[in-house]
Design a protein around this ligand. Structure first.
Ligand code: ATP
Ligand code: AMO
Length: 433
């Protein structure tokens, strides 16, 4: 079937078969045009009614918008055509007819609600801007994989049906697993640590995470994609270096390879973030947030940063940055504290001015301290025996982080809603498609 020529590659002088969707039909009377669209662009097909076979004209112009057609004909140079070339058809075959009523307008001329677009993603991603987001997402994932390989990390895949949660009990989705209680995985956290302790040493994963978030927000999903790194013999500073290089590599690849997509999204001023990302301590962060006067109540040591606080600091810093040295009490059990001050953790977040993108830190690799951490967090160490056991057999110092892929795309492309960056988002209302 695919001996067709992409519309973008149809060259004057050739006889080609182009196939795609009927984007538009423009009937000017004696002459009419069918604009045919495929993944590479569009091409004009010219029908001169008096000079062409009636059946051919009827076939080409009688078809509804968004029907799928194959057109065979000669490619001619034509300066008046939108792409400077047109096809003079010899035959038109209708491969699939579309209803005349469409739930949304794939030319993008008529705006549709986000929910209508998400219910009709096939049509929605026939719009240039829709297609552009997911072409860029693919470019980002390829660049991230390449950057990890350059950092000597091996790609792994860890289970998504698990026995225990790690990131807070209220966000777990319970399932029944052959009569036993199980959960959808919130983070590959414990598995990636277990493998950093193997001879693979440095690992990464790009995979789904599941969180029963309490509210619908524009930046939370119930199924998200996490980009995770874990490296043996790394400390939190090394982990931040890898994080910065992966994020910058993603931006660079998009700047280099996605000019058309950025144009379709109206992002002509796309910029790769400046490096190094500033590393601001939690203490400095709350001081700076308080100094902006944006919050009704002043933050004190030990507070989590509220959304308005993150935004105020983001505006103040003006680019990507890290927040380091968090209070130990608000970071999870697996994060190591500083040797010289147990109230301070090596945990860090990496922030875009609009929101948090990454959490990470150096991990507690000393078994006794790890178990004490479980207890302090109200978790039963017995339930995590599969994990703590391996800390008896030579667990090296290690560090890592997790980056939300959709938040990366959302902030990179200045999208209002995280759902724009997912083909079929899962939120409290959406379970299909
Ligand atoms: P995590 O570190 O797992 O992402 P989080 O969801 O609290 O935890 P963020 O997503 O970065 O972290 O959110 C930071 C801030 O956003 C929180 O401190 C809180 O003020 C606000 N926030 C988080 N979750 C929600 C939610 N479901 N609904 C509304 N606001 C939220
Ligand atoms: P954390 O829970 O902060 O850390 O998650 C890491 C990053 O994943 C993204 N993220 C989400 N994106 C969309 N919707 C959600 N519901 C959602 N939840 C999380 C965010 C967030 O910054 N185990 C640690 C990571 C580590 O230390 O290696 C963890 O999961 O971008």
């Amino acid at each position: 079937m695919d001996d067709r020529t992409y519309t973008a590659e149809a060259t004057p002088g050739e006889t080609v078969t182009v196939a795609g969707w009927v984007h538009e039909i423009r009937d000017l009377g004696g002459i009419a045009f069918l604009i045919l669209r495929d993944t590479t662009g569009r091409i004009q097909v010219k029908f001169e009614k008096d000079e062409m076979d009636d059946e051919l004209v009827e076939m080409g112009l009688g078809v509804s918008r968004e029907s799928v057609v194959a057109v065979t004909g000669d490619v001619k140079e034509e300066p008046r055509a939108p792409t400077d070339v047109e096809v003079v058809p010899e035959s038109v075959e209708v491969l699939s007819r579309a209803d005349t009523e469409l739930p949304l307008d794939p030319t993008g001329k008529v705006d549709a609600e986000l929910s209508t677009r998400l219910d009709n993603r096939t049509l929605d991603l026939r719009r240039e801007a829709g297609q552009a987001i997911f072409s860029i997402r693919s470019e980002v994932q390829a660049a991230v994989r390449e950057a990890f390989r350059e950092a000597d990390a091996t790609e792994i895949n860890t289970p998504k049906i698990v026995a225990t949660g790690t990131e807070g009990g209220t966000e777990l989705f319970p399932i029944t697993y052959f009569g036993r209680e199980a959960f959808m995985n919130q983070s590959p956290q414990l598995f990636k640590q277990l493998i950093a302790g193997s001879n693979l040493e440095r690992v990464f994963e790009i995979g789904p995470i599941f969180r029963a978030e309490e509210h619908n927000t524009p930046r939370h999903l119930n199924e998200a994609t996490s980009i995770d790194f874990e490296g043996a013999f790394c400390d939190h500073n090394d982990a931040m270096d890898v994080c910065e290089s992966v994020v910058v590599a993603a931006y660079e690849a998009v700047a280099e390879n996605c000019a058309e997509e950025l144009d379709a999204l109206g992002l002509d001023e796309f910029e790769v973030p400046d490096t190094p990302f500033p590393r601001i301590s939690y203490e400095e962060a709350i001081e700076r947030i308080n100094a902006t006067g944006e919050l009704d109540e002043q933050l004190v040591w030990g507070d989590d940063l509220p959304t308005e606080g993150e935004k105020a600091l983001g505006n103040d810093v003006g680019g990507h940055y890290f927040i380091t040295d968090w209070p130990a009490e608000i970071k999870p059990f697996y994060i190591m504290d500083h040797d010289d001050d147990e109230t301070l953790s090596t945990g860090f977040d990496m922030m875009h001015p609009r929101m948090e993108l990454v959490s990470g830190g150096q991990r507690e690799h000393r078994r006794e301290e790890l178990i004490a951490g479980f207890e302090a967090q109200g978790l039963d160490p017995e339930a995590f025996e599969y994990y703590t056991k391996m800390f008896k057999y030579g667990m090296p110092p290690h560090a890592g982080w997790g980056l939300g892929a959709e938040r990366l795309i959302m902030t990179m492309l200045d999208l209002d809603n995280i759902r724009e960056a997912v083909l079929f988002p899962r939120d409290r209302q959406r379970l299909s498609p």
